[in-house]
Design a protein around this ligand. Sequence first.
Ligand SMILES: Nc1ncnc2c1ncn2[C@@H]1O[C@H](COP(=O)(O)OP(=O)(O)OP(=O)(O)O)[C@@H](O)[C@H]1O
Ligand SMILES: O=c1[nH]c(=O)c2[nH+]cn([C@@H]3O[C@H](COP(=O)(O)O)[C@@H](O)[C@H]3O)c2[nH]1
Ligand SMILES: NC(=O)CC[C@H](N)C(=O)O
Ligand SMILES: [Mg+2]
Length: 517
Amino acid sequence: MVRDIHESKVLILDFGSQYTQLIARRLREKNIYCEIHPFNTSIENIKEFNPKGIILSGGPASVYEEGAPKVSKEIFELGVPVLGICYGMQLITHLFGGKVVRAEKHEYGRAELQVLDSSDLFKGLPEKFVVWMSHADRVLEVPEGFEPIAKTENAPFAAVRHKEKPIYGVQFHPEVKHSQFGDKVLENFAKVICGCEPLWTMENFIEYEVEKIRETVGDKNVICALSGGVDSSVVAALLHRAIGDQLYPIFVDTGLLRKGERESVERTFKEKFNMKNFRVVDASDLFLERLKGVVDPEKKRKIIGHTFIEVFEKAAKEIPNAEFLAQGTLYPDVIESVSVKGPSATIKSHHNVGGLPEKLNFKLIEPLRELFKDEVRELGRQLGLPEEIIKRQPFPGPGLAIRIIGEVKSEYLRILRDADAIVLEEIKKAGLYDKIWQSFAVFLPIQTVGVMGDERTYDYVIAIRAVESVDGMTADWVKLPYELLERISNRIINEVEGVNRVVYDITSKPPGTIEWE
Ligand SMILES: Nc1ncnc2c1ncn2[C@@H]1O[C@H](COP(=O)(O)OP(=O)(O)OP(=O)(O)O)[C@@H](O)[C@H]1O
Ligand SMILES: O=c1[nH]c(=O)c2[nH+]cn([C@@H]3O[C@H](COP(=O)(O)O)[C@@H](O)[C@H]3O)c2[nH]1
Ligand SMILES: NC(=O)CC[C@H](N)C(=O)O
Ligand SMILES: [Mg+2]
């Protein structure tokens, strides 16, 4: 029997901080498994979860306000260590009868922490180091039974501890990278104070998951929609490790793929991984047929989504004994975080092409449900996926169809494919591919006048888009070197027939979106 990698874990209760996920990631980097749950998770559920430690996150509320989010004082009686971060510390203070007030001077940004006691939370750390603060309230009086274990110039209670019970609070944010040794503080909490064992490694994860998948699947077959992107590729590689030829990866050639994409996906999975049941379904004619005459971006997206499902369903029907469908759902999709944002308007319907409907009548297998993106990449590496897949820039499900403005035609696809390949090649050559979020070409179906070799031309326009972003929600255009832009422009005009003009998109998001449709 392999050991349960979740045996030694920390529970993070979320009070709506924008950094809650970072707490989880810092702990996991130290090989400590943890999960994020809403602050109002019931005591019964907490007991059932059976954590070795509990962390109360930061949050936008003020503890002294009516309706401020709280936890039951019972969590301090579970015999499990608790660490409050920022709002979490203020909440502990408030619940134990201390005093939290609005500070005259708000404290945002760096502060120098002076450690007063380095026996547990600050074990092995220097006496002074820089931490990062973000608060408007402050602890004026610590409750009875608590003592300060660190201070800053503005905050005499920058970190506190209960004198007998394992209850801790820090006013700063150890989870952000700007806090020096912040990761070490969290590690000390988990290992020194809670006694967690570092079981969460990708090697252990593979071993554990492989066994679990085998148990679940038995002698049935599993199908998997494989896009060649990171998530679905890692899912396929993991399943293949577990169940070999019981896995049937299906790659749909929508006809909207980039140059060489189909071949490279085929090469990786068929040849390198020797996935015998890997199949490519060529549905390019069907997609093009359905998109004929369609100009509206939302209509295009919907048609592509529906057609994809249709093609996939048909392909799946032909696979014997296929009871399971594997999907690349990640942990951030699963976390029910406390939302501090209001409802947002639909700007475009992101057709996660594989947003396959439940009524497909498969049981779902989602082996990445517990992982963050960086963990998925690490897992992919361990499974032997090429860097080319692991570091791939995001490519939208609807593919080139949303990079051709208006109607999609074969001729336009040919032009865009060739131009896009040049953009990517040059960006890679310049060493920028891994450093930026996305870089690609967009086809504009307008003709402009040019002159080439003394002759008048009347050809199409290609726009180049390159953006930096952290999550795709906001983005800025990249200040690409002029020489690089020049080379890309020259090559496209000289090498791609049908183009006589190249422009660079200098719009950030907002107000623009990353894709043009
Ligand atoms: N051409 C395709 N053939 C088969 N499945 C696809 C294809 N395109 C997308 N999918 C499926 O749709 C899912 C969502 O696609 P999308 O591109 O949004 O995913 P992603 O988050 O980029 O992840 P991935 O790394 O898997 O591409 C993929 O994980 C895959 O299962
Ligand atoms: O899987 C996807 N299906 C889609 O329909 C889709 N539309 C946009 N994108 C990607 O999402 C990010 C933000 O894009 P926008 O600024 O254009 O909305 C960018 O990274 C886009 O490439 C998609 N991804
Ligand atoms: N970052 C936080 O957790 C902030 C806590 C509280 N809202 C304050 O302003 O002090
Ligand atoms: Mg993708």
